[in-house]
Design a protein. Structure first.
Length: 128
């Protein structure tokens, strides 16, 4: 689907958003306008979400997607692990809590190192 804006537009890469966010102190501005200027707050929230996606592995700021098996990744999300194993996300989170899967809390999400995720997937993959 194409989007043709009615006015001139600027497209920023995720790294440009991160650089602008840090240098201009936009986190404080985002918090300040939570209940104020809704248009400005929406713009800042979009930028904030791009930053979060970049931290979770979507390097170019596009919508996060499942990676193919041939793509390399350093970190996995619980959702990516559940997709690869065919198990419920709740089960994967329980395994993290029980210490069966090493993971690190990143904000409200868990991230799993590639080696740990691959070992877990190999040992727990559901057969169809």
């Amino acid at each position: 689907m194409s989007y043709l804006p009615r006015e001139p537009a600027v497209i920023l890469t995720a790294s440009d958003v991160e650089r602008l966010w840090r240098s201009a102190g936009l986190e404080a501005l985002r918090l300040k306008h939570r209940s104020g200027d809704t248009v400005l707050y929406a713009l800042l929230m979009n930028m904030h979400q791009v930053r979060l996606l970049r931290l979770r592995g979507a390097a170019d700021g596009n919508e996060q997607r499942q990676m193919t098996a041939s793509e390399e990744r350093e970190w996995w999300t619980t959702r990516q692990v559940t997709t690869a194993t065919g198990r419920a996300e709740r089960t994967v989170r329980k395994d993290i809590a029980d210490g069966e899967l090493a993971a690190t809390k990143s904000g409200r999400s868990w991230i799993i190192a590639d080696a740990d995720a691959r070992t877990y997937i190999a040992n727990r993959k559901r057969t169809a």
